[in-house]
Ligand binder design. Structure first.
Ligand code: SF4
Length: 344
């Protein structure tokens, strides 16, 4: 357990959770994240090495971070990821090491990731229909995702969860089918409201299926659900069906939870972001590569977090006219604005 004194921001939120993007590349093109034909990628030489990620993780856990989540793009595209996992898992200050993946390559890597020390896996599964995945995410590998989920369930992780981004007119008619799939597999499904984050160039309020609508769809099929008030800082609100099946809703768009946000992000090229909607970040790669020592970097992180006031989703929710966050030209100008470089 980390013995570091709690580092809190201006709103009293502790720094406990770090999402680390290990690549900006992806082998899917989900419409809510990468709807465009072409992208500007981060230069390969700018991508943090495993040693650099390991060093930064050590500095962050020294400041009180106890949970790491590996993300992307698609993290399993990063070569030899189990080596990074075992490097991070050796950090005794950590009590959680998780991964978010689209599942396409999971069957190949599940056992090695578990053996390396990965604790939890979240797989993105937005539809049970291969034809829809082809149309929506330009991928014909739906079967691989299902096999990936199966392999993860057999690999002995502490938990396997499913994330589903619900979009009106696309998969909102599959909410209860996905919940039923999760129930059969014994995995918890979290339904995520469509967010107007960087990269979601096709976003509009009309496509958002709210938490309320998701719960109505569930209750139409399963009867009344019970809210589980757990006082957790995790983004999902959790609910239970009458048979005890638990599912979650992440209502970032209609009921944002910035007040309990203890999360920071690291892009694959080492930019530290205080918020998913944050415009600017701190270039940690630069500090590492100019020879700054751990104390200097820790001091910059401490000052940055203490000054944090970010509440991006809450501020977006107050806008009278809410539209796309960044137009394509703005995203091209700085690819770090893209969700797939920030790790969602
Ligand atoms: S919008 Fe920013 S502050 Fe709000 S929950 Fe997301 S990352 Fe945290």
């Amino acid at each position: 357990m980390s013995s570091a004194p709690l580092l809190t921001d201006r709103l009293g939120r502790p720094l406990r959770n770090l999402r680390i993007s290990v690549t900006d590349r992806c082998n899917m093109r989900c419409r809510y994240c990468m709807p465009e034909a072409d992208y500007v990628w981060l230069p390969r030489q700018s991508i943090l090495t495993f040693e650099e990620i390991g060093r930064l993780a050590g500095i962050f856990t020294g400041l009180g971070v106890t949970k790491l989540r590996l993300t992307g793009g698609e993290p399993l595209l990063r070569h030899d990821l189990p080596t990074l996992v075992s490097l991070l898992a050796g950090n005794s200050a950590l009590h959680d090491l998780a991964l978010t993946t689209n599942g396409i390559l999971l069957q190949r890597h599940a056992l090695a990731l578990r053996a390396a020390g990965l604790r939890r896996v979240t797989v993105s599964l937005d539809t049970l229909r291969p034809d829809r995945m082809l149309e929506f995410a330009r991928s014909a590998r739906h079967g691989d995702v299902l096999r990936g989920i199966e392999s993860a369930l057999g690999a002995g992780f502490d938990s396997v969860k499913l994330n589903t981004v619900v979009i009106a007119g696309y998969n909102d008619d599959e909410i209860t089918d996905l919940l039923e799939f999760g129930r059969r597999q014994g995995v918890e499904v979290r339904f995520i409201e469509y967010m107007d984050v960087g990269g979601a160039t096709g976003w509009s309020p009309a496509q958002v299926v709210s938490q309320g609508q998701i719960l109505q769809a569930v209750e139409r099929r399963y009867g009344p659900v019970t809210a589980r008030h757990e006082g957790s800082w995790a983004p999902a609100e959790r609910f239970a069906l009458r048979d005890g099946t638990v599912f979650g809703v992440i209502a970032s768009t209609t009921a944002p939870f910035c007040r309990t946000c203890d999360r920071a992000r690291l892009t694959a090229d080492g930019t530290w972001l205080l918020c998913l909607y944050g415009e600017q970040g701190l270039d940690l790669r630069e500090l590492l590569r100019i020879g700054a020592d751990d104390a200097e970097i820790a001091a910059r992180l401490t000052a940055g977090w203490k000054a944090r006031t970010d509440r991006g989703a809450e501020q977006r929710a107050t806008l009278a006219e809410r539209g796309v966050l960044h137009q394509i030209e703005t995203l091209r100008a700085d690819p770090r604005r893209e969700m797939h470089t920030r790790g969602g």
